[in-house]
Design a protein around this ligand. Structure first.
Ligand SMILES: *[C@@H]1O[C@H](CO)[C@@H](O)[C@H](O)[C@H]1NC(C)=O
Ligand SMILES: *[C@@H]1O[C@H](CO)[C@@H](O)[C@H](O)[C@H]1NC(C)=O
Ligand SMILES: *[C@@H]1O[C@H](CO)[C@@H](O)[C@H](O)[C@H]1NC(C)=O
Ligand SMILES: *[C@@H]1O[C@H](CO)[C@@H](O)[C@H](O)[C@H]1NC(C)=O
Ligand SMILES: *[C@@H]1O[C@H](CO)[C@@H](O)[C@H](O)[C@H]1NC(C)=O
Ligand SMILES: *[C@@H]1O[C@H](CO)[C@@H](O)[C@H](O)[C@H]1NC(C)=O
Ligand SMILES: *[C@@H]1O[C@H](CO)[C@@H](O)[C@H](O)[C@H]1NC(C)=O
Ligand SMILES: *[C@@H]1O[C@H](CO)[C@@H](O)[C@H](O)[C@H]1NC(C)=O
Ligand SMILES: *[C@@H]1O[C@H](CO)[C@@H](O)[C@H](O)[C@H]1NC(C)=O
Ligand SMILES: *[C@@H]1O[C@H](CO)[C@@H](O)[C@H](O)[C@H]1NC(C)=O
Ligand SMILES: *[C@@H]1O[C@H](CO)[C@@H](O)[C@H](O)[C@H]1NC(C)=O
Length: 483
């Protein structure tokens, strides 16, 4: 059993290496090597070219249902007795000639680790410890212990296939628009093998005043409540987004919260134990943006490639700290090598295609290679839709950030279409409704369009950077094998 699990984790580990020229070598070597050899190899370091995007997402997706079920000693009867839960991810809707077209996406699952009747607290803590290098859950503060157990339990939830779902919707109270409309959507397909559904549905209406006119000048984003049948856990807000206006798309890790993804041990502690902490005064900046144009307020969309299982923890933090808005995380159905590295692109393309008339502000930081490629690429793929790309230069404030990043994608952009910034104060007063993007008084160097922050010559010859990037990955391999 262990070898089977080891193989599947190694396959996934190899997955984390991008499809570059030496990735096949790396993959076949990883699968055939012993764990000890693998550890030795990885401790040497990893090619700068191999760092395609932030690392946290990749090892989080390692455990699979079968592996979890086996490792936790669960049986059919025990699983059947658990309540069905549904993660309803807040979606956006566009206005078409047939009315509102709403994206519903989410995942049905069961959470074996949250119920001490099925899995003991001792087992849960043992699992949580695997995510906490150098620490034992018992050494944490009580609320940190809760956080660690909470996220561990979520990450190890069991997706449920073949579930039929229906949703009831109504207009949220306390808005300018209130028609008393309610609707029911029966989802046509049952959940797939990963427990997921994802698609658009036309909202049912009886007359044209039931829902707002999304083509009207100065139309506002209207919120709907969405409830999922058969569970208390499937409530969400959906956003009816007008045809015209500005949408702010923001990543979360290391831009809206302190993660330090580039220091894996810190990254794990900040994700699995500590409370989520905002980065600088980004909450104040975002709060000001909500008030900037009351006649046509911005639509906020949070797009992170964190695995779907961690979505609740991310949403919980965002909605307590930042303006309400729709959400996207890494769906579980990105399984091939290519898909794993194109999650962000797929999600960005989807929202750009859904709102061809809106202007987009894209926010992120330099530690994500997919951000560095995908954001500027949208400028040519969707002409006229990108107003501004704002990227936190993580290295400028955080010398611990050793992730190299490539600014090449920005070479063909006009200077007024993007800004690399240092502190959240650099964003004060930017008015997107007035077409702003750059802050003339912020300290900015000239951008050299190539790889930045590559390791010193000696190691660069072998294209190697520090191997601790991968230490966290090894933790997960150990977890799946030895739990
Ligand atoms: C199945 O799991 C349940 C709950 O964990 C347990 O009470 C029961 O004894 C198990 N049955 C078998 C046959 O292992
Ligand atoms: C809204 O405007 C678009 C053109 O941008 C048009 O195709 C669509 O039919 C309009 N919708 C309604 C309901 O009038
Ligand atoms: C397990 O932990 C939860 C809180 O994390 C606690 O409420 C519960 O009493 C614990 N169960 C046992 C059997 O210790
Ligand atoms: C699976 O991935 C594709 C992108 O490759 C996406 O369009 C689709 O909505 C995803 N989810 C489901 C449940 O099909
Ligand atoms: C929820 O609705 C779907 C579709 O109508 C149905 O197949 C399913 O049985 C319902 N689930 C519950 C728990 O009522
Ligand atoms: C979800 O909504 C239903 C219906 O309004 C409500 O009864 C339930 O308490 C809500 N669940 C949660 C977790 O808030
Ligand atoms: C928010 O706006 C107020 C009023 O324009 C301004 O004084 C303040 O500096 C702004 N704060 C941030 C963090 O943007
Ligand atoms: C676990 O996380 C969820 C979502 O963030 C939150 O609603 C819940 O209160 C958390 N539980 C604990 C014990 O922290
Ligand atoms: C609405 O969104 C769908 C799904 O992305 C897209 O195919 C369609 O073209 C959009 N319609 C309009 C009018 O923008
Ligand atoms: C980021 O900051 C570092 C350190 O201040 C600087 O060397 C680098 O040129 C900056 N990168 C960009 C793209 O502005
Ligand atoms: C620009 O950046 C400076 C320094 O970070 C800040 O004081 C100022 O408010 C920012 N905004 C504008 C519009 O200049």
């Amino acid at each position: 059993m262990a070898s089977l699990l080891l193989l599947s984790s190694l396959a996934l580990l190899a997955l984390a290496a991008p499809p570059l020229e030496d990735s096949n070598v790396l993959r076949s070597r990883a699968v055939s090597d012993t764990l000890a050899d693998l550890l030795n190899n990885l401790q040497d370091g990893v090619s700068a070219k191999d760092i395609k995007q932030s690392i946290l997402p990749d090892y989080w997706s390692i455990p699979e249902t079968k592996a979890i079920t086996k490792a936790l000693g669960l049986n059919e009867t025990g699983i059947r007795a658990l309540p069905l839960e549904f993660l309803n991810i807040p979606g956006y809707a566009n206005y078409t000639s047939q009315g509102w077209n709403l994206r519903i996406h989410g995942m049905s699952y069961k959470q074996a680790l949250s119920d001490p009747g099925v899995v003991s607290n001792r087992t849960l803590d043992k699992a949580a410890n695997k995510f906490l290098p150098d620490f034992d859950v018992s050494q944490l503060q009580p609320h940190e212990q809760d956080n660690a157990r909470n996220l561990t339990s979520a990450v190890l939830s069991l997706p449920q296939e073949g579930e039929g779902l229906s949703f009831t919707l109504d207009v949220s109270e306390g808005q300018d628009f209130n028609s008393g409309w309610t609707g029911v959507v029966e989802w046509a397909k049952t959940t797939d093998s990963r427990g997921e559904i994802d698609g658009f549905v036309q909202l049912p209406t009886n007359n044209q005043d039931d829902l707002p006119d999304g083509n009207a000048t100065n139309a506002k984003v209207v919120q709907l409540n969405v409830h999922t049948n058969g569970t208390n856990t499937g409530n969400a807000t959906a956003y009816l987004v007008p045809r015209d206006g500005i949408t702010i798309v923001s990543d979360i890790d290391d831009i809206l919260r302190i993660t330090k993804i580039y220091e894996p041990k810190e990254g794990l502690l900040n994700s699995f134990a500590r409370d989520f902490v905002p980065w600088m005064n980004m909450p104040g900046i975002f709060a000001n943006w909500t008030r900037q144009h009351p006649d046509s307020p911005y639509h906020f969309h949070y797009l992170t490639t964190t695995p779907e299982q961690a979505t609740r923890v991310y949403m919980d933090f965002i909605y307590k700290t930042y303006p309400l808005g729709s959400f996207d995380t890494r769906s579980l159905n990105f399984t091939t090598v290519d898909q794993t590295f194109s999650v962000r692109k797929t999600l960005l393309n989807k929202i750009f295609q859904t709102f061809p008339n809106r202007k987009f502000i894209l926010i992120g930081d330099t530690t994500n290679n997919d951000v560095m490629n995908d954001y500027p690429e949208l400028v040519s793929t969707f002409p006229g839709q990108v107003q501004c790309i704002l990227l936190r230069n993580t290295t400028a404030t955080d010398p611990g950030d050793k992730f190299p990043y490539n600014t090449k994608g920005f070479q063909s952009l006009k200077q007024e279409q993007y800004m690399f910034f240092t502190t959240s104060d650099d964003l004060i007063g930017l008015d997107f409704g007035n077409g702003d993007c750059r802050n003339a008084s912020a300290q900015m160097g000239t951008v050299d369009f190539s790889w930045q922050g590559l390791p010193l010559k000696k190691s660069a010859a072998g294209g190697r950077v520090r191997g601790n990037t991968w230490a966290a990955l090894i933790v997960m391999v150990a977890f799946v094998v030895f739990l």
